[in-house]
Design a binder for this molecule. Sequence first.
Ligand code: NCD
Length: 304
Amino acid sequence: MSRQLTAIRHLDTDTIRALIDDAGKLKESVVSGKEIRSGKARSIGLLFFENSTRTRVSFEQAASHLGYRVVNFSGSGSSLSKGESLKDTILTLKNEGLEGLVMRHKASGSAALGASYFGGPFVSAGDGQHEHPTQALGDALTIKERLGKVEGLKIAIVGDVLHSRVARSNAWLLSKLGNEVRFVGPRSLIPAYTAKLPGEVHYDLRSGIAGADVVMCLRLQRERMEDGRLSSTGEFSRNYQINRVSMRAAHPDAIIMHPGPINRGIELDDLAADAPNSAILDQVANGVFVRMAALKWVFEGEKA
Ligand code: NCD
């Protein structure tokens, strides 16, 4: 049976810990220039139907460290514009001999669907508002490196939680590992069904980040937002921006995180984004190593 990584919600804690630990080991090997033994050279497809800078490049880097061949494929230059369905596109790639697939798509739930069409090793690079599992794994590795552990911490996820797959994957992962998760934002940008999400909701920034060890900021995801969700960007920034003043409510050693892309001056100001306690560039760097771990893990499933 092939392994498929489509969501954190369905992973058990042992698997999550193993992926984070393996990413840490792979990082040591890459940084120290050691040879990485990943078994057979694989050919994988990167199927991106949505824009991406960090995620796409980090999957490419991850694959090249593992010695895998990458075939890049984007929605716009393909036969999808001639009316081909997602199913036929994926079956075509599979029958052209791609052994593994990484996919990003704007529809929530498309990761599970794409994985079932492909039927082989599959890693989601984000599906709509649903999940972005490798981002959460990289964020967990970053927290572990910066704070020495990723359990028993207070973690505030601040901003446009409603449209964020990063928020969902992080909330599942961090709560499974025994952290306290808080969702902080205006009522219009917090999901209505939070009863099903593992975290407590705060509409007030100060109470939401009070004593937090980690403050994760989220961008206003306007491409997924219908009109009327937000009265003005200025009002959002006044009430929810992470900056030196608002960070006074957090734990004095708290770290600041952001999955990127940052809209500087809106959800996060320059001083906070570039401060020594900002772990944003560590998140980017660790993205490569967790994606190596994820790719290895889905291919290792074939032997199991
Ligand atoms: C995020 C995404 O695309 O889900 N970025 C990322 O992958 N690091 C977050 C966002 O777009 O705001």
